[in-house]
Design a protein around this ligand. Structure first.
Ligand SMILES: [Zn+2]
Length: 314
């Protein structure tokens, strides 16, 4: 077992609850995924995640990101081809390689540039959105409107991976054992070059990485720091980074976020994240009383009304 996994195995539930979902998401195999999907459909068959999670094809409507990143849906989605000249889509069984055309265009362009950006043969692409967006049966609160994508922090190998390898190949944890910085056995200057290039496209609103990774980015970015403000620390995101596009200009009903506050975000804000994460993992508060019952999943009524049409469209 990997040293970090061994350490994680000894953690208390609360810390695991914060770290484990991301690890599980990155590493779970198709069988485990199928079991969790089936259980979630059985528990709440009418929940929005069950309805959207069982759609296997896009809604043939004009392309539109409807609602907000964590409460919305996607009309007229495009698929990122599972193989490109310098990308390969992972976990094909999930059927989450769908996005708004703006995002798919961005991903193809970034992937094509990767050999020039950092010398990697290409990108391994993780989850984008479901064919009609919406909430998912497993993983992710966001990724609902086709403007979010996860990119692996592992370089694409030169050979084409088999379908089985794409389901089961584990991703690499980039955080050091103390979660205060990156693991120098895995992190390289190529990672910084890739994330800088990914953030520098003006269509990108935010990029999410683990606080430990942002520590390295802040240290390694030298005097060119304009892009760092878009790179936001967040739990998880130690196996992949998450790219979020702005709502395409003039798209009615697409509810984006304010741009991040100015500055590179490398000072106190980041050290606060690092310390909170360290505490949550290594000295979590003792659980008191019964664990709270999980909230029922989002209903279709909680989404913008147009998402009903997206669900019903042919
Ligand atoms: Zn993501």
């Amino acid at each position: 077992m990997h040293a970090v996994n061994r350490r994680i195995a000894g953690l208390s539930c609360l810390a695991l609850a914060m770290v484990a979902p991301v690890m599980a998401r990155a590493q779970s195999t198709a069988d485990e995924e199928a079991k969790r999907r089936a259980a979630n459909i059985a528990a709440y068959p009418d929940a929005a995640r069950s309805l959207f999670g069982q759609k296997t094809a896009p809604a043939s409507l004009e392309a539109r990101a409807i609602g907000s990143y964590a409460r919305g849906c996607l009309a007229g989605a495009t698929a990122l081809p599972v193989d490109g000249p310098s990308w390969q889509v992972m976990r094909l069984n999930r059927n989450r390689n769908w996005g708004h055309p703006v995002l798919i265009d961005y991903l193809e362009k970034l992937a094509r540039d990767v050999p020039r950006i950092n010398g990697w043969p290409g990108l391994l692409v993780g989850d984008i959105s479901q064919p009609r967006g919406g909430p998912m049966l497993t993983g992710h609160a966001s990724h609902q409107i086709g403007l979010d994508a996860d990119l692996w922090l592992t370089p694409m190998p030169r050979q084409r991976l088999t379908a089985q390898e794409r389901e089961n190949m584990p991703a690499v944890n980039m955080a050091r054992a103390d979660w205060r910085d990156v693991d120098p056995r895995h992190w390289t200057p190529a990672h910084t070059r890739l994330i800088r290039a990914a953030a520098s496209d003006p269509r990108v609103e935010r990029i999410f990485v683990n606080p430990a990774l942002k520590v390295a980015l802040c240290r390694e970015s030298g005097s060119d720091r304009g892009w760092l403000g878009k790179v936001r620390p967040i739990w998880g995101h130690n196996y992949h980074f998450h790219v979020r596009m702005s709502c395409p200009a003039g798209m009615e009903g697409c509810d984006g976020q304010e741009p991040p506050s100015s500055g590179d975000g490398c000072g106190e804000e980041l050290s606060g994240w690092v310390e909170r994460q360290h505490k949550a993992i290594f000295s979590p508060p003792k659980p008191s009383g019964k664990p709270a019952r999980p909230k029922p999943p989002m209903s279709l009524d909680a989404l913008p009304a147009e998402c009903r049409q997206v669900l019903l469209a042919r």
